[in-house]
Design a protein around this ligand. Structure first.
Ligand code: G6P
Length: 483
């Protein structure tokens, strides 16, 4: 069977919390476990994280933990009778002065006062991910009076978006700030920031992460219309992050479903060009919440993201709350492998016309050029401190596996998210220099990845523990005496 290159992120929740189910998910190919900080207590998250790490270690697997901050999702308050039913043409009001638990058929409270300032007459508001749509008819200091354009049920705490974006809530709430500290304590490998508007939001998150003593790589969830309004904003946001997520739920609501696929392709392309990892998320296997097999449309959606060369595809409710979490991971793994056979995911345009920015980047890219054009190359070994060298390598399309050789836990876990990158624990500093190449090859021989007569590329630096220090590449012939 071919080795899958695209990585799988699965959200943990009631459907996947038991040690037995978690173990099955990890064995089925889970690479990154997403902990949703919108639900659950700190103790629950810590227990779940420990379980993931313990089970992964038991099987010699590397599974990264991704903590996902709740962010400033704007929600309506509650109804006196939990839910109402709205019809086209109904009048409905959002009020910042209405009691928060007393919503009626005509009005509901909201505890985000700026909604009234941010919206004006003629704006469209989308509720519950766009299932109900209204247009603002009149606005006062404390209320928006609307007419219903698309009716349906509306219940407690459903989210509100404005078509076209533009709600001004800052990305990090007080809860998020507390969760950044929690994430640092838990040593999560990735931390996802919800609803960042621009690079400044990510820089602020980075500052808070540093103050909390965290080392997690920051993932910008791209889910606001203003984040993708122009290339300049998008690129600045990507550059201010370590990875990005195409968060299609809110993004699709704000920019409209017709724009979504094109924007997804653009975000993946730009993230890769800026040397960042990228995840495609939301509703990838939605029907598998209730069914043991995906629809053809879902198969096609996952495959499309794989062909776009995403690093990872993600499961949300399918693995957190669905009836078939294991089947969902298995289906995703199968579809990834199938789509990866398609030639577009093996060839690279090699950044023609681009200049390289540093020595280590140049070596990483030279290694990929060689791997893709020298037929006997079966594997690439990147000795890495932080994971940067294999990250850069995996920005280039290839069918040659990239092995991140590192002695550090954080790096081993982090690399689990990079497409085509696999981890091998290895400390070159513990060996005499003349034995490093052979010892590295031995690790691949042990795993059955290479055999006598194969070629392997190895990259490293002059010193054995310097981030950014990679300055050399060797082409090694398996079976020959190495120095
Ligand atoms: C390992 C190697 C070093 C190299 C470094 C690069 O530590 O032993 O020789 O300089 O990786 O690490 P990086 O984090 O830049 O991929």
């Amino acid at each position: 069977m071919s080795v899958r290159r695209t990585k799988i992120v699965a959200t943990l929740g009631p459907a996947s919390n038991s040690p037995e189910m978690l173990e099955q998910l990890i064995l089925a190919g889970l690479d990154v476990a997403r902990l949703n900080f919108s639900h659950g207590t700190p103790d629950e998250h810590k227990a779940r994280a420990k379980l993931v790490r313990d089970i992964a270690a038991k099987h010699g697997r590397f599974v990264a933990l991704l903590g996902d901050l709740q962010g400033p999702k704007i929600r309506i308050a509650k109804f006196a009778n939990k839910r109402i039913e709205l019809k086209i043409g109904d009048r409905f009001t959002f009020s910042t002065s209405h009691p928060l638990t007393e919503g009626t058929q005509e009005v509901v409270g909201i505890d985000y006062p700026d909604l009234v300032k941010d919206c004006g007459v003629g704006d469209e508001l989308l509720l519950d991910d766009g299932r109900v749509v209204m247009r603002v008819e009149t606005a006062t200091a404390d209320a928006l009076h609307c007419v219903v354009l698309i009716g349906g049920p509306l219940s407690d705490h459903k989210g509100i978006n404005r078509r076209g974006g533009g709600l001004t809530a800052p990305a990090l709430t007080e809860k998020d700030k507390a969760d950044i500290t929690l994430a640092a304590e838990m040593e999560v490998d990735y931390l996802a920031v919800s609803f960042p508007r621009d690079a400044a939001d990510m820089e602020y998150a980075r500052q808070l992460r540093d103050e909390a003593g965290g080392t997690a790589w920051l993932v910008a969830k791209i889910e606001r219309a203003e984040a993708v309004a122009d290339d300049e904003t998008l690129d600045a946001l990507i550059k201010a992050s370590d990875a990005v997520m195409v968060a299609r739920g809110d993004l699709g609501v704000e920019i409209g479903d017709a724009e979504l696929v094109g924007i997804q392709k653009k975000i993946i392309l730009h993230a890769r060009r800026h040397n960042k990892a990228v995840i495609v998320a939301t509703q990838m296997m939605e029907s598998m919440i209730q069914n043991p097999m995906p629809t053809r449309a879902e198969v096609s959606d996952v495959a499309n993201a794989v062909l776009d060369y995403t690093d990872a595809v993600m499961l949300s409710a399918e693995s957190a709350a669905g009836a078939y979490p294991l089947e969902a991971v298995q289906a995703m793994a199968r579809i990834c492998v199938g789509a990866e056979k398609h030639p577009t995911s093996k060839t690279s345009s090699h950044r023609i016309g681009k200049t390289f920015e540093s020595c280590d980047q140049s070596i990483a890219l030279a290694a990929m050029y060689t791997a893709n054009h020298f037929p006997g190359v079966k594997a690439i070994i990147a000795l890495t401190e932080s994971g940067y060298t294999p990250l850069i390598m995996s920005r280039i399309r290839s069918s040659v596996p990239i092995y991140a050789f590192s002695p550090h836990r954080e790096t081993q876990a982090r690399a689990a998210m990079f497409r085509g990158v696999y981890t091998v624990p290895f400390d070159p500093a513990s060996l005499p220099p003349e034995q490093v190449s052979q010892a590295a090859i031995d690790e691949l021989l042990k795993r059955g990845v290479v055999e006598k007569g194969d070629w392997v590329i190895l990259t490293k630096g002059d010193s054995y523990h310097t981030i950014g220090g990679t300055n050399g590449m060797k082409i090694l012939h398996v079976g020959d005496k190495m120095v």
